[in-house]
Design a protein around this ligand. Structure first.
Ligand code: AKG
Length: 304
């Protein structure tokens, strides 16, 4: 038996087409997740900002309150919808992300919620690295004008399988976060994400393969479907990459659900063949995963 992934698992990425109506997005997510569960998926992932259009202008009006946890249905319809979907699907559900307002501090976050097959909240990840870029003539985006960053690495134990790390979109550009998670025993790094038509073609697959090859783990990226009528054009191309950096599955641009089988043996085989885990030279450079890593949020109510 593999130490990292106790048994093979079928993962589904739901590349959802989200529009302006939150209730419709939640209902669509429900239909697609239940259908993926029927196909045998045991871990199902939704995209970044799956319940709203993506963009700084939308965060405040779509934001929901998650604390104190559990929130009421009025405070967070998405929390309750995701919990019910996971319970009805009887699968783990990594609920993409939603805009969150912490009413105590007045701060907004881009937040991912993970639920168990019984509908219990297992983890909350607030996007750690905010998407602030400026590529003249192409794309300027400043999440930090509205959002605040999260401040922890999020690792979730799925007892019958093993551990996964959850991070959001721009977080994938930071190899330290992935490295820390992988070195703490995750079999997969899962990123709900909404790249765009400028950086997507250049970096989406490259980053998925880079994080996989750096760490010899599975990497899964789940995007919204592309909507050319929206103000932000998501890249699509949700994908799962294996520990050897091979692309197992890649969606197109429209609404689609893709599946991949993950096995612990593939991780072991990769690490036997290219044994970097025993070859690191911490006498030459420091082990960044060894100390100073934060796994708990400062706000103690935010579940790790
Ligand atoms: O890193 C990129 O190019 C895109 C990131 C992004 O879209 C996001 O963080 O939402």
């Amino acid at each position: 038996m593999s130490k990292l992934l106790k048994k093979p698992v079928k993962l589904a990425l739901v590349q959802l087409a989200s529009g302006a109506k939150k209730t419709k997005n939640l209902e669509n997510a429900r239909i697609k997740v239940l259908a993926a569960a029927k196909e045998g998926a045991e871990i199902i992932v939704l995209p970044e900002c799956f319940n709203s259009p993506y963009g700084c202008d939308y965060f405040p009006s779509y934001a929901e309150t998650l604390l104190p946890s559990p929130p009421t249905a009025e405070q967070s319809p998405s929390f309750h919808a995701l919990s019910a979907i996971a319970k009805d699907a009887k699968t783990y559900l990594i609920g993409g992300s939603i805009p969150e307002l912490d009413t105590k501090t007045g701060k907004y976050y881009n937040t991912s919620l993970t639920f168990s097959p019984r509908g219990d909240l297992l983890a909350t990840h607030r996007k750690v690295h905010l998407f602030d870029i400026d590529i003249p003539g192409k794309i300027t985006f400043r999440e930090s004008e509205v959002l605040s960053p999260g401040n922890k690495v999020t690792i979730v134990d799925l007892p019958e399988f093993g551990k996964v790390a959850i991070a959001i979109c721009y977080d994938i550009r930071f190899p330290e976060l992935a490295m820390v998670a992988a070195r703490h025993g995750c079999f997969a790094l899962i990123y709900p994400g909404a790249f765009n038509t400028t950086t997507g073609p250049l970096h989406w697959k490259l980053l998925a393969q880079a994080r996989a090859v750096d760490n010899e783990v599975y990497v899964a990226l789940c995007s919204p479907a592309r909507d050319m009528g929206a103000s932000y054009h998501a890249y699509g191309h949700s994908m799962v990459v294996d520990p050897m950096a091979g692309v197992l599955v890649e969606a197109g641009e429209g609404e689609e659900v893709v599946f991949a089988e993950l096995s612990g043996e593939k991780i072991e085989e990769t690490r036997r063949g290219i044994p970097i885990y025993g070859q690191r030279r911490f006498d030459v450079y420091p082990d960044v995963s060894a100390s100073g890593v934060r796994f708990e949020d400062e706000a103690s109510e935010v579940k790790s």
